[in-house]
Design a protein around this ligand. Structure first.
Ligand code: SAH
Ligand code: SF4
Length: 355
């Protein structure tokens, strides 16, 4: 069973024999003031705080923190208290006033995508719902402790957005991911907006269905990377063999019908592999089958180099690819990931740490 923080607070209060209203005070300390230790909750008496000594709030602890010199990106390696394994999470500030975190759902990943550092680790373990949601709480605590300020408002950074684009395939650990989203959006806990949460998947059809049924307001991002099965099987062997492009298109049509929400497609441009205009034309044909240009957006991603042997496309090729899609009615933008100097793309840091 997943041991979520709110439940644990109630249990602690009972166990220690505190008055039951103390549960609310502790929850306020954790979710409104973002204290890092129970001892910082000033509404508790000295004696109560002493009784909570040694109890940790988070299911993970900080191992190392890396700050980008290029932008405000901060990456943390966190150690799971349960197994000692490391995961990555990133704090992003794409523009003044907007703070977002990229969180992990698994240690490693079984999908073995050829371009992805996490994919080369293989699958090590699923995270629990608590370990997933605690990454967000970790950053809320970090912002307060380190006094991370927004350049526009001068106030402490207001972390409002969450993307499941860290290590792992969220839809291969869907029960925990759904429980974590429930915790993130719970008004008594982190109280985040469902529309500010995005789940990125390599295209696992049952997960897409579960997301639409449970959290239709949560954004869906699909990692596409290729317009035909032959190429997609090479780049994303596990995901595409399980759910080839025809099946994926069918599931996307169903999703759009059900939710009427825009889907974001990720397409990493890999030099000489998936970036030709012939493939752009195939991509347009595939999107025509979905037939909802106003509800699809294509993010063309500049590749972060790993040891995989792939290369990023030239700027010129990327621009031509983008213009082809846009001219043919399917809007696309080129996106450079933040924090390239601290290897903020998926899995890169844990791998380096283990080398
Ligand atoms: N497993 C999920 C979510 C994690 S990966 C998925 O695949 O969608 C999140 C995004 O990071 C994906 O779009 C993935 O393709 C991208 N990514 C992985 N390695 C990358 C790299 N080296 N450079 C740029 N993007 C990368
Ligand atoms: Fe797993 Fe996503 Fe990396 Fe593929 S890109 S190996 S699905 S984390």
């Amino acid at each position: 069973m997943n041991f979520m923080l709110l439940t644990r607070i109630k249990e602690i209060v009972e166990e220690k024999g505190f008055k039951s209203f103390k549960a609310k005070q502790i929850a306020d300390g954790i979710y409104k003031q973002f204290v890092s230790e129970f001892a910082e909750i000033t509404t508790l008496s000295k004696d109560e705080r002493a009784q909570l000594e040694g109890e940790s709030i988070l299911s993970l602890e900080v191992f190392r923190v890396f700050r980008s010199q290029e932008d405000n990106t901060i990456k943390a390696l966190l150690k799971l208290r349960s197994s000692g394994k490391l995961i990555e999470t990133v704090l992003l500030n794409p523009k003044p006033g907007l703070w977002s975190t990229c969180i992990s759902s698994q240690v490693g990943c079984a999908m073995a995508c050829s371009f992805c550092a996490t994919g080369t680790m293989g699958f090590l373990q699923n995270l629990t719902a608590e370990e997933i949601a605690d990454q967000v709480l970790f950053w809320k605590q970090f912002i307060r402790k380190e006094s991370i300020r927004d350049s526009e408002s001068g106030e402490l950074a207001k972390l409002s957005n969450v993307v499941f684009m860290g290590m792992g395939e969220p839809m291969a650990n869907m029960n925990a991911v759904l429980d974590a989203i429930a915790e993130l959006t719970n008004p008594e806990a982190l109280d985040m907006g469902a529309r500010n949460i995005s789940v990125s998947t390599s295209g696992l059809v049952p997960g897409i269905k579960l997301l639409a049924e449970n959290f239709p307001q949560v954004n869906l991002a699909i990692s596409l990377h290729a317009p035909n099965d032959e190429l997609r099987n090479k780049l994303m062997p596990v995901a595409n063999k399980a759910f080839p492009l025809e099946k994926l298109a069918e599931s996307i049509r169903w999703y759009l019908e059900k939710t009427n929400r825009k889907i974001f497609f990720e397409y990493i441009l890999l030099k000489g592999e998936n970036d030709s205009l012939e493939l752009a034309a195939e991509l347009v044909e595939w999107f025509k089958k979905i037939n909802a240009p106003h509800l699809t957006h294509i993010n063309l991603i500049v590749y972060n180099k790993t040891d995989s042997g792939h290369e990023e496309s030239s700027r010129n090729q990327a621009r031509e690819f983008k213009e082809y899609l846009t001219k043919n009615g399917f809007p696309a933008t080129i996106r450079r990931n933040l924090g390239r100097d601290i290897m903020a793309a998926c899995g890169q840091l844990v791998i380096k740490q283990n080398q």
